[in-house]
Design a protein around this ligand. Sequence first.
Ligand code: HEM
Length: 222
Amino acid sequence: MGFLSSTVGKKILMAITGFLLIMFLCVHLLGNSFIYFDLINAYGERLHSMPPLVWAARIGMVILFAVHIFFGITLTLENNAARPQAYKVKKSLRATFAGKTMIWTGLVIAAFLIYHILHFAMKVTNPDISHELDEVGRDDVFRMIVFSFQNVLIAGGYFVALIAVFLHLFHGIQSFVQTFGLNSDASIPVVEKTGKGIAFILFLGYVSIPVAVVLGILKYIG
Ligand code: HEM
């Protein structure tokens, strides 16, 4: 049987792409956190001054997401088709809510990503607030983010999507570590706790931005 047609092969690809996507989430959160230091416009300008790097990262991301989503759906369909047999397999991870809903949280994230890219990267959903320049002629990313999240529907939508990201990572991080065989009796609790901790830190970091805007901590003064 070929590597890609075997369940193990697909799981390994899911784990590798999942790991790289988490790396992206960490870097993206670091970038977003410049908003707290009034440096997000400078960061945006610096990023866009390197088009080859930006495009290489974008193409890499599209490939990662496509592979992760494709094999995620394929594995779920195969698992469902093999339901009676699946119960015979020894389960090392507890069947938690987050674990059982991976496909659904994954699909919510995919839908969010389409919206998010149209919103902040392509700037087509809110053209009225997305095309302003700041006082030194840079894209006013700060203004775009703050004005966006002042709309409670947008802030609420991001909140729901970030809950989906949190649940997905809550199970996903420990799951990919186990795919690489790090699932001895001694390491399972450590892996589980670390995975949940990383998921929670990423959630807090991301959600802090819409929450700070809604609470008036981050505001646009002009
Ligand atoms: C409060 C939460 C978030 C904020 C404020 C935020 C902000 C932004 C901004 C401003 C951009 C445009 C970057 C640019 O091209 O100048 C962007 C792009 C992007 N974001 Fe987010 N983001 C958030 C959450 C997320 C999450 C949770 C994900 C992944 C699940 C994500 C994935 C992406 C991707 C893939 C891009 C496109 C990068 C590109 O090609 O330009 N973002 N985000």
